[in-house]
Design a protein around this ligand. Structure first.
Ligand code: MRU
Length: 352
């Protein structure tokens, strides 16, 4: 087994491009059938793209929002950062309202707000530098998490992942998918199963596409096949990302994650959450306090534009759920691994 990871070999997709003039977002609604970038010239276009899932994944929406602030500041005339902040605040509020569950969005905006408040006459450069730093730090965190998470996996294991947590959901490399990339590179992971992730099919459309770019052949399963997969002994770990990790370790992630965790515990399969520290929200005590985004019921009525549900049906479409910390074997951040997370372990790792 070779523990060195050739990161560049596994890291070629970039969902967010800053041109110096505008923000270009890889349109994740169209993948894998078209690889097209959408251009955003102002912050409201960025907020709309976040809401529409053109760009998605907790770290990626934080990075996009940070560049959205840079765009919002473009037409503002201000002598210093404090003055500029008052003028961009309404645009920041609209960016923040684009999606409620992933804390990375509010976290990135808070970071932009903080540096702007303290900036002098060079506040424009300060904002651009901070947005770039948020993106660069995310990429570095993912690579670190990849190495830390992969080290937990016994060579030859099968793993199951959910949703898309790869380069598309981050600045690059990915969180849970970064761990999987590192695990495959090191020969620890022999087979990668990906759940379809209804209704938006992030697994079938995005994760499978990403892994194929790397020359990794994933095995797609219906979401409803997960318990049977675990029962047949084909996997040692479920590895997922996170949209918000609370002070007690409870974790919000894509809808369906909770049932995977219950099933994993029942079958003796380990459950790993991989997320950067920007996803940790020590101000929220437990998962019960997280706002769970509910999207249009219409997302459940069709697949790929073709109606699949009978007419006149009602639907409920929560798009995240919360996995209680008791069901998580390890939380991996760039700061280290927290085994059997609880409030005390989280506090030791992240402070009050
Ligand atoms: O609705 P989405 O596609 O933005 O949901 C994404 C997820 O739930 C991911 O698992 C999570 O953001 C972690 S991404 C590194």
């Amino acid at each position: 087994m070779n523990d060195a990871i050739d990161f560049d070999r596994y890291d070629r997709i970039r969902p967010i491009r800053w041109t110096g003039e505008a923000l270009e977002l890889l349109d994740q609604r169209k993948l894998p059938f078209a690889v097209e970038y959408v251009r955003c010239d102002d912050s409201d276009a960025v907020a709309a793209a976040i809401h529409a899932l053109t760009v998605r994944g907790a770290p990626a929406i934080g990075i996009a929002a940070a560049w959205g602030v840079v765009l919002a500041a473009r037409d503002i005339d201000a002598a210093d950062g404090a003055q500029a902040l008052a003028a961009v605040e309404p645009a920041m509020q609209r960016l923040n309202a684009a999606r409620p569950t992933a804390v990375n969005l509010a976290w990135a905006l808070a970071r932009m707000r903080r540096v702007l408040a303290a900036a002098g006459a060079d506040w424009r450069e300060v904002l651009s530098r901070e947005a770039q730093a948020i993106a660069d730090e995310d990429l570095a965190a993912n690579r670190r998490m990849g190495a830390l998470g992969a080290a937990l996996i016994v060579p030859g294991s099968g793993v199951l992942t959910h949703c898309n947590t790869g380069s598309l959901a981050t600045a690059g490399f990915g969180t849970a998918l970064g761990v999987i990339r590192a695990g495959v590179a090191q020969g620890r992971i022999a087979q990668v199963f990906a759940g379809e992730t209804r209704p938006w099919l992030q697994g079938a459309r995005l994760t499978v596409w990403e892994l194929e770019q790397d020359g990794i052949a994933p095995t797609l399963i219906a979401d409803s096949a997960a318990a049977h997969l675990m029962k047949t002994g084909k996997i040692g770990w479920v590895i997922v990302g996170a949209d918000r990790i609370c002070a007690n370790g409870d974790t919000a992630n894509k809808i369906g994650t909770y049932q995977l965790a219950i099933s994993a515990r029942h079958h003796g399969v380990k459950f790993m959450v991989a997320a950067p520290s920007s996803t940790v929200d020590m101000a929220t005590a437990s998962g019960d306090l997280i706002e769970i985004e509910e999207r249009e019921p219409g997302e459940l009525f069709s697949v790929g534009g073709n109606r699949t549900a009978a007419e006149r049906v009602g639907a409920w479409n929560p798009v995240f759920d919360v996995t209680p910390h008791e069901l998580i074997d390890a939380i991996v951040t760039e700061r280290g691994v927290i085994e059997r997370p609880d409030a005390a372990a989280m506090k030791a790792a992240f402070g009050g």
